[in-house]
Design a binder for this molecule. Structure first.
Ligand SMILES: *Cc1c(COP(=O)(O)O)cnc(C)c1O
Length: 393
């Protein structure tokens, strides 16, 4: 092998990404998170259908006020990790409220959902154990599995028979089933009731990542477990707090011993500075808004129903979803990009999601509806999509 110049190699890698329609770019937003969004270098605003701000709380004044009051009371930083001296009264109050809200014994606050997933899985299983994972699970669950060094066994998307036969075939002493509650790029909901039955039969943990269900699904937005009405000591629940909750962070909830074990063993919890206590104050206010958010949830549900009823496509495929995530599979990377650009010209912001975020050949528009959208905005999106499908490629 000839020796590579490392910088030239990266330049070539970026050029390859360009050629494959896979190079990523960021756009600079100059308004708070809201449907009518302004972008640097663009004269007119766009209507965004891409944030995960499902309830429209990311720019909610009551939460911003709680954050301001929190900074007055607590200053800016936690100063240390939670186990040293960075665990403050609002963190403790937040964990207690989150646990009660999702119907669990106890909860642990993590700085991000990514950190929660890469912290929980290696604490529960290790070399010689087995992790059973849905093939389209979020990347953070894949990374958590790799870090654990347990065998990673992936089953076809939501295929209960495949999961069962792999559980049956496994001789691993510890088994962990992991799944997105609501699949982040598909919008469908995992069959959790049946998965829990399998977990109980095979003495496995069932870790559910509810990044897209917390605040949205179930009574008062209590999440996907409440949506199905399931409870079990086998269940470990992970919810994120930067999406529907509109702030940042995540939590893991479960049996008291599980949470105590994570507190002792989860490296991404232990070896990082605690989130600023003001964040926990903001999240306590966000939790109030979620609990009292029935009007937001029913408006959101109304928009989802209208979108599905009005959108008629022939060539592109709208995936079956009852959640705010409404993907339209286009297939080809370049065509997906071209459609996303045409939507932009029409004043609509819908990014094209391409591999490796989604499987090869399934590039898609990931449309996300929010309680902050109006019916007119959704109607405009629907008509534009139908017009573009006829015009492209
Ligand atoms: C967004 C997301 C995460 C990561 O959560 P962050 O708090 O953004 O780090 C984890 N899992 C799923 C399914 C997600 O969609």
């Amino acid at each position: 092998m000839p020796e590579l110049d490392p910088l030239e190699e990266l330049q070539q890698g970026l050029a390859d990404l360009d050629a494959a329609g896979l190079r990523r770019h960021r756009r600079v937003v100059t308004t708070p998170c809201q449907p009518e969004t302004r972008l640097a270098g663009r004269d007119s605003p766009v209507i965004a259908f891409c944030s995960n701000d499902y309830l429209g709380l990311a720019a909610e004044p009551a939460i911003a006020a709680a954050l301001r009051a929190g900074s007055e009371r607590w200053g800016s930083g936690a100063g240390a990790s939670h186990l040293v001296s960075g665990h403050y009264a609002p963190h403790e109050a937040l964990e207690a409220r989150l646990a009660a809200f999702v119907g669990m014994d106890d909860a642990l606050y993590f700085s991000t959902g990514y950190m929660a997933n890469i912290g929980v899985m290696p604490a529960l299983v290790g070399r010689g154990d087995a992790i059973f994972a849905d093939r389209v699970n979020h990347a953070s669950l894949v990374d958590g599995a790799l870090l654990s060094r347990a065998e990673l066994i992936r089953y076809a998307h939501c295929d209960l028979a495949a999961l069962e036969s792999r559980l049956q075939a496994s001789r691993a002493p510890r088994k962990l089933i992991v799944t997105d509650g609501v699949f982040s790029m598909d919008g469908d909901i995992a069959p959790l009731r049946e998965m829990l039955a399998l977990a109980e039969r095979h003495k496995a943990w069932l870790l559910v990542d509810d990044a897209h269900g917390f605040g949205v699904l179930g009574p008062q937005g209590r999440g996907c477990l409440a949506h199905f009405g399931i409870q079990s000591p086998r269940l470990i629940y992970m919810g994120t707090l930067g999406k529907a909750a509109g702030v940042t962070g995540a939590f893991v909830a479960g049996q008291r011993e599980v949470i105590d074990w994570l507190l002792n063993r989860s490296r991404s919890y232990i070896f990082t500075t605690g989130a600023p206590p003001l964040i926990a104050e903001g999240l306590l206010a966000a939790l109030d808004m979620i609990e009292q958010g029935d009007a937001r949830r029913s408006h959101l549900l109304h928009l989802i129903t209208r979108f599905k009823a009005a959108l008629h496509l022939t060539r592109w495929q709208r995936l079956p979803s009852d959640t705010p995530i409404q993907p339209i599979v286009i297939g080809d990377n370049h065509e997906a990009l071209a459609v996303s650009r045409a939507l932009d010209e029409a004043g609509l912001w819908v990014p094209a999601i391409r591999p490796p975020t989604v499987p090869k050949g399934s590039a898609r528009l990931r449309i996300v509806l929010s309680a902050a959208h109006t019916e007119a905005q959704v109607a405009h999106l629907v008509t534009t999509l139908m017009k573009l499908e006829r015009r492209q490629p």
